[in-house]
Write a protein of this length. Structure first.
Length: 302
């Protein structure tokens, strides 16, 4: 029997227990993958705590994980263009990444030059970055402020926006300022002086991408001249400022991983630094991320 980190109830990280589960059976249009690596993200923590129970119904068994990379193990009815043994990365809208096996309905071939950890770190962050940039409708010559520019999504969004010809301001902590510069952005600090720092550079911005959800929407709306082109991924106070909260719907950016994987393989796309932990230590990964002591993207490995 395979194993997975099963969520045994809403609550603390200790509710994630390494347990035996049934081998999942791929349905029509699905593949089963032998997971080599899975990404851990902030939304996983909110699901575990029960904050999103009405948004993300838990599968049975309750195995978290929106992104994974692994080897194709079995094909469901109607699947073509892929064979057992192929190496792939997948976004998992219905979860399941924290296990030895996972089912996927959409996947992208992993190039040999891309590590398992990088392949697992890409799908959810790339989908969010590509999707929100599209929703903002940014174009060459415009100015974009990215809140949380040092995070997994912010790093990708910054590079994509710079490559599209935008001037990008990246709001980060002090440890990420040089990285933001290396990605082609102008770094500014999160916090009470954000507005003043931005005013020292520009009078306004065309759009704001809040990839962090840690505050700053009031300043963002002022800098953008209103909430119309301000989008957040995670700030629960978005409605207070008239700001749209973007969710990973199937039509937000279904081609995001296909678009960004070649960039990653060629070195034209950089990812946030990673920290690897064994898959059975999913509870520890959650505790590290929740406690603010993890400054890298956390990856669970088989």
């Amino acid at each position: 029997m395979p194993y997975a980190a099963v969520l045994t109830g809403y609550g603390s990280p200790e509710t994630l227990v390494w347990s035996e589960v049934a081998l999942p059976v791929p349905g029509p249009g699905q593949i089963r993958m032998r997971v080599h690596a899975a990404g851990v993200g902030p939304t996983d923590l909110k699901i575990r705590r029960g904050e999103l129970r009405e948004v993300f119904p838990l599968p049975d068994p309750a195995v978290l994980g929106f992104e994974a990379a692994g080897s194709v193990d079995a094909l469901g009815p109607g699947v073509t263009g892929v064979s057992p043994g192929d190496e792939v990365a997948a976004q998992l809208p219905t979860l399941g990444g924290y296990g030895e096996y996972a089912l996927a309905s959409a996947w992208t071939v992993k190039p040999a030059t891309v590590s398992w950890a990088d392949a697992a770190a890409l799908p959810a962050s790339a989908e969010a970055a590509v999707g929100v940039l599209r929703q903002l409708g940014v174009t060459s010559g415009e100015t974009l402020l990215v809140l949380g520019g040092g995070g997994s999504v912010g790093v990708i969004a910054t590079q994509l926006a710079v490559s599209q010809g935008l001037t990008v301001f990246s709001a980060t902590g002090p440890s990420d300022e040089q990285f933001a510069k290396d990605l082609g952005a102008i770094p500014v600090r999160y916090g009470s002086t954000l507005l003043a720092q931005m005013r020292a550079h520009v009078g306004k911005v065309d759009a704001v991408f809040d990839a962090g959800g840690k505050g700053g929407l009031r300043d963002a709306v002022e800098l953008a001249g209103g909430p119309a082109r301000v989008i957040t991924l995670a700030d629960e106070h978005a409605a207070d400022f008239g700001v749209a909260l973007s969710a990973p719907t199937p039509d937000r950016a279904p081609d995001a991983v296909e678009q960004t994987m070649p960039l990653l393989a060629s070195g034209r796309l950089r990812l946030r630094a990673q920290r690897l932990l064994p898959m059975r230590d999913a509870a520890q990964a959650h505790a590290l991320l929740e406690g603010g002591t993890a400054h890298e993207k956390l990856i669970l490995t088989a």
